[in-house]
Design a binder for this molecule. Sequence first.
Ligand code: GTR
Length: 321
Amino acid sequence: MRTLTAAAAFSVAMLGAAYAQVVLKSSDTHPDGYPTVEGVKYFGELVKQRTNGRYAVEVYHSAQLGQEKDTIEQVRSGVIELNRVSMAPFNGTVKESIVPALPYIFRSEDHMHKVMDGPIGDQIKAAFEPAGLVALAFYDAGARSFYNSKKPINSVADLAGMKFRVIQSDIFVDMVAALGANATPMPYGEVYSGIETGVIDGAENNYPSYDTAKHFEVAKHYSLDEHTILPEVFVMNKAAWDKLTPQDQAIFKEAAKESVAKQRELWTASVEKSKAKVIAAGSMITMPEKQGFIDAMAPVYAKHVTDPVLQKMVEDVKATK
Ligand code: GTR
């Protein structure tokens, strides 16, 4: 009898634990194994451990839940609880997200880290709240550069009249126009066929994206102009966040912070791996003369940095040592 009662109590406890688990869905456009996917998985493991299994995270990689712009709507409305996306698609909704997307605003990846890990990063995080989101972490995405199927790019003049897919942000459209080329914003998932069919001449991204999205197969010329060192952002639906106890919020925050260190480590390794892979596959790399690109960006700043809040932020970024 005693054994039976104990067994019954045990299964009730198990049942209770199973029902108590809240599964949070997270989206990512990248394939399994990509540093952002692994960063969020790591976050999920820490959260699960530290909440004794009350919360778990399921990462839907490879754009299973849709293209980035659509999944941003899903996380804002609460259809999914979490999302890892680039900062650029937020440029139209979260004003402060414009700052890290500006061309050549960061002197180096180290400079970007100092800014995003400090008070300006906190200011940007806070700006996501009115959009119904809590920005949990910023992840690395290296520097974005142009690649194309037509010819090597060594200077701004070489870009004249070419057609590039850009990430969905007006900053990028205007940046490409300022360089004398044409920009078409389109979802990431359509870029490969766009280049293959000649609808566009190329796109712009970092080494790991150029590699894992297989764009290197159709665009052999990669020119490292490094126009933006654009971080990623890992966001949570604000209503879902508000349901957490303060103790659980602290667990989520700490897990997010630890996942940043993990993601950065994986990022550095993946850049090297992708670089070696695309070069071995025949990609031709050029190092264009950068100053011409930097000088061409004045109209982008003149158009997008008119708001005093943004002007101050840009100054603060520049002053960050
Ligand atoms: C990648 C980024 C993705 C996505 C993609 C794009 O570097 O990690 O989140 O924004 O670029 O260009 O659409």
